[in-house]
Design a protein around this ligand. Structure first.
Ligand code: SAH
Length: 231
């Protein structure tokens, strides 16, 4: 099962599914699937299908579902929220790694010290999708955008906030809740004093990621790595 294709939940009809667009082209043209071949597809909502291809054209691949494996949503959800990184390749790195490292959802927000630059949402969607397939995850993470940390706290009320902060020295891996967690990382310029205050008002736990100053995208991978086995 080297390749897992993505199919929208809406493209599953009873015991048949369809790959469309890019996914169909990839199967038909690049990987040259044939009728009768075994193909794996995932709907990003917890289900993976072992199928047999029944028809193939460059825009559509139809397949019969022979076996479905389902994974429930994880109980410990980790939303990774980080201050927008200006450099596109670094931002994309952070998003790709967040998918591999089990972020449930990825939130990019305009932090006080974020240097604004336009985020190419289409590109990020395709990076998330390919990381999702590559890492063989069952649930496809969403990427959401917020205008400020204030908005992040407002929209993730009820989540347990944990912030990576240089000024603290402790890091205990028991900071996550069984339930919804919000992991926060600052932009290249760090969090502003105002944002740190805001975090305190919202009951945030602060954790260290070691004694050295990490780049924002490294901090994203480091914070998620702390909690890989927290379920
Ligand atoms: N210039 C900033 C550094 C920002 S690093 C400053 O001096 O504050 C970007 C973000 O990564 C930080 O806001 C923090 O969330 C995280 N980070 C980097 N290194 C860290 C460390 N050693 N411990 C905890 N968080 C860290």
């Amino acid at each position: 099962m080297d390749n897992v294709f993505f199919t929208e939940p809406g493209n599953i009809y009873g015991n048949q599914l369809e790959l469309e667009g890019q996914e169909a082209r990839h199967a038909a043209k690049v990987l040259r699937f044939n009728i009768g071949d075994q193909l794996f597809a995932s709907d990003g909502k917890g289900n993976r299908y072992r199928t047999k291809v029944t028809s193939i054209s460059k825009n559509s691949v139809l397949a019969d579902i022979e076996e479905t494996t389902s994974h429930p949503e994880s109980r410990v959800k980790k939303v990774l929220a980080f201050g927008a990184i200006k450099k596109r390749d670094r931002l994309e790195f952070a998003v790709e790694k967040a998918v591999e490292l089990d972020a449930w959802e990825i939130c990019v927000f305009d932090a006080d010290h974020s240097e604004r630059s336009r985020v190419n949402e289409e590109r990020l969607r395709s990076i998330v999708l390919s990381a999702f397939k590559q890492s063989k995850r069952y649930w496809l993470p969403k990427v959401v955008y917020k205008d400020s940390l204030d908005e992040v706290f407002k929209d993730y009320q009820g989540f347990n906030p944990v912030m990576a902060h240089m000024e603290v020295e402790e890091n205990r891996a028991d900071k996550l809740n069984e339930g919804n967690n919000l992991l926060l990382v600052g932009p290249e310029g760090g969090f502003s004093d105002r944002e740190i205050e805001l975090a305190k008002e919202n009951g945030t736990a602060f954790i260290s990621l070691g004694k050295y100053r990490l780049r924002a995208e490294t901090a994203v991978t480091a914070i998620l790595s702390q909690f890989l086995f927290t379920r």
